[in-house]
Design a protein. Sequence first.
Length: 185
Amino acid sequence: MKNRVFRLTLASLIITAGVVMAASTNTGGSYTDTQIADQVAHEVRMYSRYTIWDNIAVGAREGDVELTGQVSQPFKKADIGRLAQSVPGVRSVTNRLEVLPTSFFDDRLRLQVARAVYRDPVLSRYAIQAVPPIHIIVDNGHVTLEGVVNNEMEKNVAGIRAGQAGLSLGQITNNLRVENPGKNG
């Protein structure tokens, strides 16, 4: 009786493993550019050192991946390039990530803008996410907001709050994309 239960359990485990493996692999052996770009973007989001101070865009064409955007620390550029290269279906990686200058002034400005943006009651719900969707890029005192918000009002509030943070050397560039353009609250 024990032997039969063992065989049934073993057989069900093997079948389950086979189903899981079949579901997780691409049976055609090739991946679409959209699948590759989505998987690379997922790997970037899961990278433990990806923060609101980084902004990365991923493009793919015939298995060749291009990374663009900005990172706040030099080691992140190499790490993210290696992550992209490890994704199945990737033939090559062109790493065009810009490493932002490291400075005490820029670090202080990043924190002040983040506090101003994420403490606002309209935007505070975004702050509880693992990687909040509003990214704050500071390059030699110039602030750019990147990412996505729900509506036009939130985009405007983020731009106003960033401008009120105080230390920026120029105008705030608000590149936030609006997910639902017709809604205002």
